[in-house]
Structure formats: C-alpha cells, structure tokens
Design a protein. Structure first.
Lengths: 491, 494
C-alpha cells in the first residue's frame, strides 16, 4: 500500500503544513513567542483582543515567507492581502483569525522528495499550491480546571506559514518523505525551528482514494499530525478505511478527522454539513502587503545555498556518492560542519572527511544527544585529524583514539588539537622500512611456532604475527606496511 | 469662563487669570448641575480630572506653556482611557476599565489637557440620534425634547450645553458632522489615517476616524494639532510631515479673503429635483451661507457626484460587515459582560451577546454577517467595494474643478426623540449627505449656518485628501464674517 496503488486503488494525498516562524515576536504584536512560559504572561493587549487594539505586521515574518518562496522557486507576490477568518472559539480572542485567503504571499513552487533508501531511492517533484502567513490561536486547557476550560493565550498571534501542497502524493511513504523534506528545508533556511513536540511544525493530510483514471475521490482531512510516524500511521489507516468503506458499497463523506495515536485510528470531528462559514473578507486594519523587488533581491542575497544545490556540488566537487551527499545535506548544520572539516583537511580528504562526519562523529553525537554545532570536536579539529590519516602520520585506528582524546578536551580547543595529542602521546606512525623490518625480524625470532603454523598453511597465524608486530609498536606502525614486509619475509 | 474659546482659555491660564483646577472645577460643577438634564456624560470622575488639572498647573508653574495645557475636554466614551471606565455606551462594557490609553487620549495627556469625563454616544457608535445608548438617550440643549444627533451626541450636547469647552468625536458615516450640525457646533472629520485609531473602539475600521467638536473652526484646528499624527501602532495611520492646522487662520482678513476659492456645488445636492431631499428651511440657510461665501470672494461651480446615490446602500453593507467582525471579540470570555447563567459554550455566547448588545447593534451584526456569508459576498460586499471606488473617483473628478465641495450636513434639523427610532431606514437617511465622505476617506466639516425655527442647521464642507488646514481656513473666514456659531441655546442655564 505504501507504494501507492493498493489493490487496484490509487491514493491521492495533499498536505497542509503549519510551520511556526522563528521570529522574536508575534506576527501582529510585540509580545514574545518563546515556548513554555507561564500561561498568559506572553499575551499583550493586542493578543488579548482588548477593545480598540490594532494589529501591526511583523516584517520578520514576511521575510520568512520571502525566504520560503525563494527556496521553493515560487512567486513571491508583489501584492498580497490579509483576511479575517471569522469564527467563535474561546482561544481565538478576536473572534477571527488573521490569515491570507484570496491573495497569498507565496504562489506555486515545488519540492523534490526522495522516497526509499540508498540506491533504491527515487525522486519525485511535488508541486506546491501556495504558502500564506497567518496567526496561531491560543490553547484551551481542559485538565486541572474541575470541569471548566482554561485559556492560555501565549500562543495566540504566533506567526505561522501555512504551506499547501498539490495532491501530488500517492502513498504514506511519499507523504512522510514530503514532510521530512519540507521540515529539513524550513530549518535549513532558518525560518522554523522544526520542533514537532512543541508544535512548531504540524501537518494536516487530505486523503482520498480512487480507481486509476477515475475522477478524484471525496477527501477527508486528518488534522494536526505532529510526528512523521503519526503521519504515516494515520494515512495508512485512513486509506485502508476508505478502501474498505468503498469496497463494502459505502460512500465517503467529506469530513475533518482526528488521528488517535493510542488506537491507531482516525475518527470524524465534523462533516461538511456542520463546516463553518468563515465569512472571509480583507482585514481593514491592515494594508495590503506590498513586497518590492528590492526586498526580494536583498533576501535572495542572504539565502544560504539550498540543499539540492549543495548536494549536487558535494557530488561534483568532492566525488561523493549520491547517498553520502544526501546524508551530509540532511541539515544545514551537518553540511556546514562537513564543509568546514574539508576546508581544514584539504579537498583530497573530502571522502574520508565524509566518512568521519557520517559515521564516527554522527555516532558520538547521537550517543550524547547533542547537535553538530555543540560537538566538542570542532569541524576544524576533525579536518586536521583526518588530514593526519591521509598523510599517513597516523592510522585510522590511532585516529579514533585521538578523536576520543580531542572530544575529552585533551589537546586544547585549538585547531591543532590532533597534532598536540599525537606529539604528546608519541602516536606518530612508524613508516621507516628499516625500523619496521628490524621489528619484524624480532617478532619472527620470538614466535617460531607461529611461523611454522603459517608455513603449514594456516593463514590465521599470519594475522597473529601482524598483531604481534603491531603490539610491539603500540599500534604506531603502518598496518599495510607491516603486512607487506611480513609477507615478503615469510616467502 | 464657560464662554471662552480655547485660545482665550489658553491665554487666561497663561496669564494666571485662573488655574486649570479652577477651570476644571467650574466645568465639573456645571456637569454635576446640568448633566442630569442632558445625559451627555456616561462617566465623570472629578478626582481623576482634578488630579490632571493639578498636574497641568504644576507643569505651568515649572514654566511650561502649551495651547492645551490645563484645558479641560470631554472625551467620547469610544476612546480607551487608562483607569477610566470605557463603555462605548454598551452594556457589554458596563464594567470595563481600560488598562491602556488610546493614542488620542495619550496625545491629549501629553499636551496637558484635562479629561472632564466620558461622553454618551450611540452604542458602539451605531446610530444617528444617540438613542441607542445603553445609558439612555442624550437630549439636545437646543430643545431637550429633541435628539442631539449621533453617534457623537454626548460630545455635541456637552459642548452645546457648555459642559465642556470642546470634545472629541468619531465619524464613521457622519457621527461628528451630523451632531455638530444639530447642536450648532463646528466639527471636522479628518482624512482617513490622519488621527490614529489605536485605542478607539472599532465600529467599521475602514471608515472610522476621530476628530474634534468645538464652538469654532479655530478651536477645531487647535484640537486637531494635538490629535493628528503618525502612529506606528495603527497600520492605517499615514506617515506624513507634522502639520500646524492653525497655520492658515492667522492671515490678516482682507476684503475678499477667499478670492480664488472655487466652491463645488454637487448637482446631487442642489439640482432642481434633488433639493427636495432636504428640509427647505435648511436648504435656504445653506444657500445663504454659499451666498456669504461669494461675498467673501469665492466663486461657485457645479460639480457632479453621480455615484453618490449609491453611498447609503454601499455604506450599509460595508459598515455592518466590518462591525460584525469587529464586535466578535465581545464574547464573554476575557472581559466585559458574561451571562450569569448558561449551559454550554454556544449558550454562553448566545446569552452573553443577547444581553450585552442592544437592538441596533444586533441588527447591524445580522446584516454584516449576512452580507459576508458564503454565496452573498460577491453580490453585496464586493459590489459595495466597487461602489466605494466609484464614489472616490467621482470626488477626484469634482476636485479637478473645485477646491472645496459644499452642501447641507443633514437633511433636517434635530428631530424629536423617538421620531425615527422605529424606522431604521429613515434613521439611516439622516446621514445621506455625510456617508460618501467616509467611503472616499476625505476630510469633511460641519459649520453652523443658521437657525430654522430655533434649531441649528449645518453647512457641510468637503475637502480633498489632507485638505484639513484649507478646510479649517475656509470655515474660519466664514465664522469671521458671521455669528451663527456664536449662537447659544436660548433655554440654556447659565
């Protein structure tokens, strides 16, 4: 089913994503948007919708929308309009949400997704319909109030970018790939922290099924999915449910549904019949949003290189595989770290740098549960360490020890931490052939039994002799060299 | 003291002929004595007013001097004033004490003016007679059996009854100009965006504009200097260089002080057939005022505003649409009235709003909700916005032929209390001459131009965008040559 067609059915999915914008203050007021404050301490007169207050648009939020529009190759509208979406709810203080309706700030655009792992991954381009700016509502708190409802308006007025895709996704796997790609992109361009637990990035999925070639089926919208796993589970359940309903002769009613992670099921929240009439109209308190080309060009000049471009460049300039390039461009932090490491190590070390970043460093970072930016081994330190492997100063094994030592703070915080540790601990690789030959002669003389075993055809004995030779040099001899010399001496 | 103009009050205060405390106390005494007759004020708080007066006297003592330092003014109860009950004449906000100041209030505070109290008005500024107030109708000092006009009727009655030297008003469809006309005052609604709407409780955001109501154009100019100015808290506020609105008033009076002024007389007001839309006695006074302008050197040209006839229907789509949304925040959740007993959430909303709003407010919420509804939006709201553009284009064309447009402010003089209360359409037609000005966002004034059977009539002056200073000058020259604005209600107690 994840591959799309499910028993002669075609799955059609479109996703609406609410990305909370990483501004300092709210979209129409000066109150802070920091997460986790005591209820209602971050709600000013505007957020409380006191009589007589007025909204003033936060330019930072507009700038986020421009960045996004440029990142997805969309049209950044020269003229867009804020509209009021009217409905009553206790956590909606004004009785309307300020959003954009007929004229959004971002029109069109596209996002490339990769479905599947490694070499089997396939690319697909998903079209975007639009992205528009709007304010978030507050929160209704139903616990701890003895049957009453508490209202926390800290979140009211938080800036959101609602990103709407075309119904181009045909499986839950594609939906997750899309959500992940979008999540990576908004973090990459610095407009959203992507924290899904705190609700900074949440998805609604519009799901329908049809027979191939048939017109679009009736869709149901699954609201507020705040993890990739829930997105997958909810769509899988919904698709199964819709197919079963139709195969049983039933009809799908347009509806908004909620996903219950405990039961793994979706349940209807409201149907089209009881849908609100939001009575959208242009907000007379706000002028149309006019974005001049000079503003767009300034933002374009400040944009980081985008993931796809960087990925292509890593493959072309550094000779990385598609898989490595994809992994190293999963986030801007990783990509920046990698590039800084390569800059310190030299372009010739690009491939070993990639391995070190993706394997050794990534493993260590995951174990500690920290970010790349917070790693105690800086990109420059790692690059200089990898350079020492490449120029044969140390072996890869010794390098792992040195890496741990840098991580532990030995060698100081300078870029030359690796060199200091190699020097201080005498870890420099022995490459002098004469010295290694002398060493091997000693090992052969001391282990006549092993030599005899090898000569009798036991290859394992050879490895044991290598081990002895390495032990004698405390690992500092070049392993390839030891191998080579030992074999020639035994022949 | 109570007959002194703002300029004279400033001079008296500067010369220490009286202190702000004495002046404020004199007005407070008058309010205490006469307000029960007129119901012009919803809230007076003598302690607060006198504290401001003392502060003004202290500023004066420390050498400060400013045109409004120590001058008491009445504030329409639509402006949020910190620590003051701010009701908008609604039960919904009966106990709402504002935690913040409107920009207008803040600017008057900075200028050293004293807040005498919050004046009565139509509920949420919806009305033309001041009869929709939850706090009772306001009586016209010229005839207490008649309405003062609305929605700024409390401010108009307060100034006309000499309970305040001047007051603030707001004008969405005529709410400054019509009560000014009915109470023999001078009032100006500036160009939309000149005075900040921050803290002014919204009725129809794209039309609302605050302005002064006083006994002369000169007083209005002094007040507008304090009120106008860019405010970053209001996105529709216009960023323009600071203007001195009194700057054209000081010019020495010549024989023909208005020579070269071209007055546009719209066919839609003055045409043979169209004249009958207005009370003949009022029309007669307007004609006489225009003749007086010719005598001051002005010439008149006929202009046409063909879309004008669509102004009232367009207004009664746009204003209620915006109001229906603006008033959604009064939901009983965070502040204001909440029904004492209710079932579920929807019942709480329904009971709270049924109890908190009066009939006219409910009528407009219903109209506004209807015209914005799915399937009706294009037919009503979008169409009304088109009419709005046509009206603005009409005015633009007219202003290529003239400098100022004149006509009646109101189709009649003050009507009897209750006379139009049962017929909303008749009531809405009270603003037939004023509404188009709001739809176009232009500045408009009303100037007293005579008495018809003892009741005041107003001449309306409409200027081009940002033409306030010129409008005030045109009004001032007329007031230098006439005495209508000096008339005071015959029955008024001293």
């Amino acid at each position: 089913m994840n591959q799309g067609a499910a028993g002669g059915w075609e799955v059609v999915i479109g996703i609406e994503t609410h990305a909370q914008l990483a501004t300092q203050s709210k979209i129409f007021s000066g109150a802070s948007i920091a997460f986790g404050a005591e209820p209602n301490v971050q709600a000013c007169a505007v957020d409380l919708a006191l009589p007589g207050v007025l909204p003033v648009l936060n330019r930072g939020a507009v700038e986020c929308a421009i960045r996004f529009g440029l990142a997805v190759g969309a049209e950044v509208a020269a003229h867009s309009v804020f509209a009021r979406k009217n409905y009553f709810y206790p956590d909606l203080p004004k009785g309307y949400q300020i959003s954009q309706f007929e004229e959004p700030v971002v029109k069109g655009g596209q996002l490339t997704i990769r479905v599947g792992e490694g070499d089997k991954a396939t690319e697909k381009t998903i079209r975007l319909t639009r992205a528009h700016l709007e304010e978030d509502a507050g929160k209704s708190l139903h616990e701890d109030f003895h049957g009453k409802t508490g209202i926390d308006l800290n979140r009211a007025g938080t800036p959101l970018l609602e990103i709407v895709s075309e119904p181009d996704l045909s499986s839950s796997a594609e939906a997750v790939a899309y959500a992940r790609a979008l999540h990576a992109l908004v973090r990459w361009i610095g407009i959203c922290d992507g924290n899904m637990q705190e609700g900074s990035f949440r998805c609604d999925a519009n799901v329908s099924v049809r027979r191939p070639g048939a017109p679009l089926g009736t869709r149901r919208e699954i609201k507020n999915l705040n993890s990739f796993r829930f997105l997958q589970q909810a769509i899988d359940y919904e698709v199964r449910w819709q197919i079963e309903t139709l195969e049983d002769g039933g009809r799908i009613q347009q509806a908004t549904v909620l996903f219950d992670p405990d039961s793994g099921e979706t349940r209807t929240m409201r149907t089209k019949e009881d849908a609100h009439d939001y009575r959208y109209f242009p907000d007379p308190d706000l002028l149309p949003l006019v974005i001049g080309s000079d503003w767009i060009e300034r933002v374009r000049g400040e944009m980081p290189e985008l993931p796809d471009a960087k990925r292509a460049r890593f493959m072309a300039d550094y000779g990385l595989s598609a898989y490595d390039a994809t992994t190293l461009t999963a986030s801007l932090e990783v990509a920046n770290y990698y590039e800084a490491a390569v800059a310190a190590a030299g372009a010739a070390a690009a491939k070993p740098c990639a391995n070190w970043v993706m394997v050794d460093l990534a493993a260590r970072i995951n174990r500690e549960g920290i970010d790349f930016a917070a790693a105690p081994v800086s990109a420059q330190q790692l690059g200089r360490l990898v350079a020492r492997i490449v120029d044969n100063t140390i072996s890869n094994n010794i390098a792992k020890k040195v890496f741990e030592a840098i991580w532990a703070g030995e060698g100081g915080s300078g870029e030359d931490a690796a060199d200091r540790i190699i020097e201080a601990q005498g870890l420099k690789q022995i490459t002098d052939t004469g010295a290694i030959e002398a060493l091997i002669d000693g090992v052969l003389a001391a282990n006549p039994a092993m030599v005899a075993e090898f000569r009798a055809g036991k290859e394992k004995a050879f490895n044991a002799l290598v081990g002895q030779a390495m032990k004698a040099t405390k690992g500092k001899a070049n392993p390839q060299q030891v191998n080579q010399l030992l074999r020639s001496k035994l022949q | 003291m109570i007959e002194l103009s703002l300029k004279e009050l400033a001079a008296g205060l500067a010369a220490r002929e009286f202190s702000s405390v004495e002046l404020t106390q004199a007005y407070l005494d008058r309010i205490a004595r006469l307000n029960p007759q007129y119901n012009a004020f919803i809230t007076v708080d003598p302690e607060k007013s006198l504290a401001q007066a003392r502060a003004a006297d202290a500023r004066r003592a420390s050498g400060e001097s400013a045109p409004l330092l120590g001058v008491p003014l009445a504030q329409k109860d639509i402006f949020c004033a910190k620590g003051w009950r701010t009701t908008c004449a609604s039960r919904m906000l009966e106990n709402f004490v504002s935690p913040y100041d409107a920009t207008v209030i803040e600017r008057f505070d900075a200028a050293g003016a004293v807040n005498l109290g919050k004046t009565n008005m139509d509920e949420f500024a919806m009305g033309s007679s001041n009869e929709t107030s939850y706090y009772g109708a306001v009586k016209n000092p010229w005839d207490p059996a008649r309405v003062p006009g609305g929605s700024s009727g409390g401010s108009a009655a307060a100034v006309a009854a000499r309970l305040a030297p001047a007051a603030t008003g707001t004008d969405t469809g005529g709410s400054i100009r019509q009560p000014a006309a009915l109470c023999n005052l001078t009032g100006i609604k500036p160009t939309y965006g000149v005075v900040s709407r921050w803290g002014m409780i919204a009725f129809a955001s794209s039309l609302d504009q605050a302005g002064p109501m006083a006994r002369s154009a000169e007083d209005c100019a002094i007040l507008l200097n304090a009120m106008a100015g860019f405010d970053p808290r209001d996105s529709t506020s216009l960023e323009r260089p600071v203007e001195d609105y009194t700057r054209l008033l000081a010019a020495p009076a010549a024989d023909l002080p208005l020579a070269g002024l071209r007055i546009g007389l719209p066919r839609e007001f003055f045409g043979e057939a169209e004249r009958s839309g207005c009370d003949a006695r009022v029309m007669q006074l307007v004609d006489e005022a225009i003749a007086a302008y010719r005598a001051l050197g002005a010439e008149t040209v006929e202009v046409s505003l063909p879309a004008m006839k669509l102004a009232v229907p367009a207004y009664y789509v746009i204003a209620p649409a915006e109001a229906s949304s603006n008033l959604s925040r009064f939901d009983g959740v965070r502040y204001g009235h909440r029904a004492a007993e209710y079932g579920d959430l929807d019942d709480m909303y329904a009971k709270t709003r049924a109890q908190g709003f009066g009939a006219e407010v409910k009528r407009r919420i219903l109209i506004g909700t209807y015209v914005l509804s799915h399937g009706y939006y294009d037919a009503y709201y979008r169409q009304a916005q088109r009419i709005r553009r046509l009206i603005a284009e009409d005015f633009a064309a007219a202003f290529r032929q003239c400098d100022v447009i004149m006509g009646p402010t109101s189709p009649g003089t003050a009507f009897r209390l209750g006379e139009k209360a049962a017929d909303p359409v008749q009531m809405y037609l009270s603003d037939i001459y004023t509404i188009a000005v709001n739809l176009a966002g232009l500045p408009g004034m009303s100037v007293p131009c005579g008495l018809a059977d003892g009741l005041p009539a107003g001449l309306q002056l409409i200027g081009n965008y940002f033409g306030e200073a010129r409008l005030l000058e045109v009004a001032h020259r007329y007031q230098q040559a006439s005495a209508w604005h000096r008339q005071r209600p015959a029955a008024l107690a001293d």
